[in-house]
Design a protein around this ligand. Structure first.
Ligand code: PMP
Length: 287
């Protein structure tokens, strides 16, 4: 089945969806995105993703091409057209395509934003076998720009980080700045010590994960303690458990960092329990 995608008001076969070479995202990474997961054919945390998208657009002074309800409708229509039971919807908004390359933002009166959405079919996403054995990470320096709270398509360094991890025989990288972990290349990072979950506090240094917000809420409801503070790689090595969160991996246990086993090198029971709770609760609230 050929994938049907959405581009600027039209549902098209993927090969027919074309964007200008002058698009600001192509030339300047001047675009923002969101990834919403689909379970049982329904959208997980759509509200949170739509709100963060709005915030990213505001921070970059980028026009919003569609209202919340329209975006929800497009997401649902793509799920339907592509028969997605489990997977993701990728959404991207760019500042559009002016008629030439220029650093100055184009006039929003004459240059319309580009809106693209496509589905990624991932059967077995919730039951991902990787969660049963956990992932290995390496630590790398965080050399990204200072507005990581804005979800831009400027993903070259996270992409390089994944490659560094792959080369080192690991699955992902945790980034470190001034001696403290910021986050994973495409996820938020956590350690667990006793009954306490430790994760970096929200600021411009990290993306404000939608999964993070939900997982911390569920953790508190399950009587776990949450400390939002900086932590070091030494603390990670000394932790009982570690995990990451993101819309596409939910809660994923981390069992090794820089070759050192965390909590005996197997997924921790609290991380696995949080994964279960997250999947259960977010499915109940899915739209
Ligand atoms: N941090 C970074 C750098 C990310 O790219 C992502 C996923 N896009 C996250 C955290 C997790 O955010 P969310 O839970 O909203 O997917």
């Amino acid at each position: 089945m050929t994938r049907t995608v959405y581009l600027n008001g039209e549902y098209l076969p993927e090969a027919e969806a074309k964007v200008s070479i002058f698009d600001r995202a192509f030339l300047m990474a001047d675009g923002v995105y969101e990834v919403t997961s689909v379970l049982d054919g329904k959208l997980i945390d759509f509200d949170g993703h739509a709100k963060r998208l709005e915030r990213s657009l505001n921070e970059l002074d980028m026009p919003k091409p569609k209202a919340f309800d329209d975006l929800l409708e497009i997401h649902r229509e793509l799920v339907r057209l592509n028969g997605i039971e489990e997977g993701m919807i990728y959404l991207q908004i760019t500042r559009g395509a002016p008629d030439d390359r220029d650093f100055v933002f184009p006039d929003p009166e004459t240059t319309e934003p580009t809106l693209v959405l496509f589905t990624q079919n991932k059967p077995g996403l919730a039951n991902n076998p990787v969660a049963k054995k956990g992932i290995k990470v390496i630590s790398i320096e965080d050399v990204r720009w200072g507005r990581r709270d804005i979800k831009t398509v400027q993903l070259l360094y996270p992409s390089m980080g994944k490659m560094m991890a792959k080369k080192a025989g690991a699955d992902d990288a945790w980034m470190v700045e001034d001696g403290f972990v910021t986050e994973g290349t495409s996820n938020n990072a956590y350690i667990i010590k006793g009954n306490t979950i430790i994760t970096r506090a929200l600021s411009n240094d990290i993306l404000h994960g939608i999964t993070r917000a939900a997982v911390l809420r569920f953790a508190r409801e399950a009587q776990m303690k949450v400390e939002e503070r900086n932590f070091t790689i030494d603390e990670v090595k000394d932790a009982d458990e570690a995990f990451v969160t993101s819309a596409s991996t939910f809660v994923m246990p981390v069992v090794e960092i820089d070759g050192a086993a965390i909590g005996g090198g197997v997924p921790g029971e609290r991380a696995l329990r949080l994964r279960e709770i997250y999947l259960e609760e977010s499915l109940k609230a899915a739209v």
